[in-house]
Design a protein around this ligand. Structure first.
Ligand code: UT7
Length: 331
C-alpha cells in the first residue's frame, strides 16, 4: 500500500453578483481601461454589496455549501474547517468557527489562517499534514476575502487590483499516490513595509487619528512588491520542478496566484510552460487574495484529469511565498 497522502476530492466556489468594470473605476480614480489591462490583465472584479451579504463569512459559506452539494456529503462529516483570509469578519473570534456553525459542521474544529495572498497555499500544506497524520479524514480548506472592505476607492494603486470571492477544497486521504507530493514555502518579514494595512492591529490600534490618516486601508508599494513577486514566484516554481524531476512536459497545469498577469507569464516562462497550461481568470476577478487558487480550480475543474501534475505558486504580503506540487485525484 502506498504512502498516505492528502488529495483534493472536491471543489466549490462563489463570487458576488456585482461586477465592477475598469470603466467604472475610470469614474472613481485617474485611471483607464488600457492602463489596467496592459499592466495587470484585469478587466473586471466582483464586489460584495451589502444588499447581497456581508463579511468574508458570507462568501465562505456559499463556497462551502457549493462544495458539500457537489461532493454529496453532510457537513457533520467534516473534521476540520480552516478559513484562509486576510479579511476576517472581525478580530478575535475566528471566521472559520462561524462558518462551521452556519453550515452545520457540528463535529469539526475550526480556525483561520493568515498569510496574505499565500494564505491558501500555506493552508494546503496545513490541511494535508492533518490528513497525513492519519487522525483526520475530511479537512475543508476555504479561501475567502472581501478585499473591498479594506480598499480605498480613491487610491488608484490598489483599487484597480483587488476583488471579492471565495473558493473551497476538501482534502481526504489517498493511497493511490495522488494528492500533495511536495512543497516549498517561505516568508520574509522585511516585506511588511511594502504591502499591508498599517492600523487596526496590536501595533497601531484603531483611533480617530488612524482613521483620519486612512490607515485602515491596504497600501502597497507596487513596484517593489512586483520585483519580489516576479523573481520569487518563478524561483520556487522552478525549484519544485527540479526537486521532483519534473520536466515542462510533465506539468499539466500551473495554478498561479492571480495578482498580475505579467507575474504569471514570467513564472510560466521560467518553467518552460506554454500559455495553454496556465490557469488564469484574473481578467474576470482581479486579485481575490486567499481565493485566487481555489477559484481557479473551481473555474477549470472540468479540464483537470486524474493523475495530472499541478504546480501551485503564490506570492503575497509579509512577504510570504511558495510552491506546491500536487497530483490531481479525480475526473
Ligand atoms: O497579491 C499580492 C502581491 N501583489 C502583487 O503582486 C502586486 C505587484 N505589483 C503590481 O502588480 C504592479 O506593480 C502594479 C499593477 C501595482 C503597478 O504596475 P507598475 O507597472 O509597477 O506601475 P508603476 O507603479 O511603476 O507605475 C507606472 C506609472 C506611474 O506613473 P509615472 O510615475 O510613470 O508617471 C504611476 O503613477 O503608472 C502610474 N499609475 C497608474 N496609471 C493609471 C499607477 N497606478 C495607475 C493606475 N492607472 N491605476
Amino acid at each position: 500500500m502506498s504512502k498516505l497522502r492528502a488529495a483534493i476530492t472536491a471543489v466549490g466556489g462563489y463570487v458576488p453578483q456585482f461586477v465592477m468594470t475598469n470603466q467604472m473605476l475610470e469614474e472613481l480614480v485617474d485611471t483607464n481601461d488600457e492602463w489596467i489591462t496592459t499592466r495587470t490583465g484585469i478587466k473586471e472584479r466582483r464586489i460584495l454589496k451589502k444588499e447581497e451579504g456581508e463579511g468574508s463569512s458570507f462568501l465562505a459559506i456559499k463556497a462551502a455549501n457549493d462544495l458539500l452539494k457537489k461532493r454529496g456529503i453532510e457537513a457533520n462529516e467534516i473534521d476540520l474547517i480552516m478559513v484562509a483570509t486576510a479579511t476576517p469578519d472581525s478580530m478575535v473570534a475566528s471566521t472559520a468557527a462561524f462558518v462551521a456553525s452556519e453550515i452545520g459542521a457540528t463535529n469539526a474544529f475550526a480556525y483561520d489562517l493568515l498569510a496574505a495572498c499565500s494564505s491558501f497555499l500555506f493552508g494546503m500544506s496545513t490541511a494535508s499534514s492533518y490528513i497525513e497524520s492519519g487522525r483526520y479524514k475530511k479537512v475543508l480548506l476555504i479561501g475567502a476575502d472581501k478585499m473591498s472592505s479594506i480598499i480605498n476607492y480613491e487610491d488608484r494603486t490598489t483599487c484597480i487590483i483587488f476583488g471579492d470571492g471565495a473558493g473551497a477544497v476538501l482534502f481526504e486521504p489517498n493511497r493511490e499516490g495522488l494528492g500533495l507530493q511536495d512543497e516549498y514555502l517561505r516568508a520574509d518579514g522585511s516585506g511588511r513595509k511594502f504591502l499591508g494595512m498599517e492600523a487596526g492591529g496590536s501595533l497601531l490600534p484603531a483611533s480617530h487619528e488612524t482613521i483620519d490618516a486612512n490607515q485602515h486601508y491596504i497600501f502597497q508599494d507596487g513596484k517593489s512588491v512586483f520585483k519580489f513577486a516576479v523573481s520569487n514566484m518563478a524561483d520556487v516554481a522552478e525549484k519544485i520542478m527540479v526537486r521532483n524531476n519534473l520536466k515542462n512536459t510533465d506539468v499539466a497545469w500551473l495554478v498561479p496566484h492571480q495578482a498580475n498577469k505579467r507575474i504569471i507569464d514570467a513564472t510560466a516562462k521560467r518553467m518552460g510552460l506554454e500559455a495553454s497550461k496556465v490557469l488564469m481568470n484574473i481578467e474576470r476577478y482581479g486579485n481575490t487574495t486567499s481565493a485566487t487558487l481555489p477559484l481557479l480550480l473551481y473555474d477549470f475543474e472540468d479540464k483537470l484529469k486524474k493523475g495530472d501534475n499541478l504546480v501551485f505558486a503564490a506570492f503575497g504580503g509579509g512577504f510570504t511565498w511558495g510552491s506546491i506540487y500536487l497530483k490531481w485525484a479525480y475526473n
